[in-house]
Write a protein of this length. Structure first.
Length: 338
């Protein structure tokens, strides 16, 4: 089967950073689906692994943790899907990625694709939707409905992949006042379009930007990028007993003692945790993807596709990685077909 892989960490612009290869077709395990991949999207995790992880024994390493496609076959213990189902999912980071014609994935982390979306539009959603949902409702413990209408969520990096869906979830499903950060006119417009009540510029002091919109402090922060750069300002911006959640990988350690005076809590979100540890509640990712699919089909949520980079091949994926690494991507980058 066709696939895109790499053999050693190289800069995105290097012609061998990602290569077109031929690999053996994967074989599904008891709870696996064998999926014909129709579209994929690219996430920062792809670039981080490509830059830092050397494949073992010279093997080809396939990236890609966002896909939509059609179930071709199912394992002996599969009960949630059948051949012919249209599905979308993010997969598991300790297994091969989905940048290949065929892919195997555990049914417990897969959802039925929204019927109203194309494969490309659907591929933009899974990883970021799972991340945003778990961060908002499980880590920050926000309730659906109007119970939080006197509380405020600051989303740092609201125009990116996770921010684009988190902004929608917070605005559409909760009573929170949603403040998104973006530094360029184009990305600021995107965040407003997604439903943020306010948009501020994270390239300026956050306290000044919050004061500009008449906000003193916030109750919750979702820091999706450059946490170490904004850390001191986020502590200042949070009310006493507030909650700070993050998903990025600060290069320098964060001093948690600085949270003590305000009794602030710190929450990590990694959407791969459930699949990595085969947790008892692993099926919650299937359930939340089913819910996201329903919300999309009912018009509550929209796809976060930002750019379509054409067919799935090494050259187009290298371009996608380079754009992600530039920090200028808006929404999700999607590729479709082999």
């Amino acid at each position: 089967m066709k696939a895109v892989a790499y053999y050693q960490p190289l800069p995105a612009e290097h012609p061998e950073a990602l290569q077109d290869v031929q690999l053996a077709e994967p074989v599904p395990g008891p709870r696996d689906l064998l999926v014909e991949v129709r579209a994929i999207s690219v996430n920062p995790v792809d670039t981080k692994i490509r830059q830092s992880v050397t494949p073992a024994d010279g093997a080809a390493k396939v990236l890609g943790w966002d896909a939509s496609g059609v179930v071709k076959a199912v394992g002996s213990e599969v009960s949630l899907f059948q051949p012919g189902d249209r599905v979308f999912y993010a997969g598991a980071i300790d297994r091969a990625g989905a940048n290949s014609e065929l892919h195997v994935v555990d049914e417990r982390i897969v959802g039925h694709m929204p019927s109203s979306l194309s494969f490309a539009d659907a591929a933009a959603l899974p990883l970021t939707a799972i991340t945003a949902w778990e961060l908002l409702f499980e880590r920050l413990q926000i309730s659906e409905g109007s119970a939080n209408q006197n509380q405020t969520l600051l989303i740092v990096g609201a125009a990116g992949g996770v921010g684009s869906i988190l902004t929608q979830l917070a605005r559409r499903l909760t009573g929170l006042t949603v403040i998104g950060t973006a530094s360029r006119a184009q990305t600021q417009a995107w965040v407003r379009e997604l439903g943020a009540h306010h948009v501020i510029d994270h390239s300026k002091p956050l306290s000044e930007e919050l004061a500009r919109i008449g906000v003193g402090q916030v109750t919750h922060v979702a820091s999706l990028t450059q946490t170490e750069q904004h850390y001191e300002q986020l502590i200042e911006a949070l009310e006493p007993q507030g909650r700070l959640a993050l998903i990025d990988d600060p290069v320098q350690p964060l001093d948690v003692m600085k949270l003590k005076r305000k009794s602030l809590s710190l929450h990590w979100e990694l959407m791969f945790t459930r699949s990595l540890y085969q947790t008892e509640d692993m099926i919650e990712q299937h359930r939340l993807l089913e819910r996201v699919s329903s919300l999309v089909d009912s018009g509550v949520l929209r796809t976060t596709l930002g750019e379509h980079f054409g067919r799935i091949d090494a050259a187009n994926l290298r371009r996608a990685h380079a754009l992600l690494e530039s920090g200028k991507a808006r929404g999700k980058i999607v590729l479709e077909g082999f």
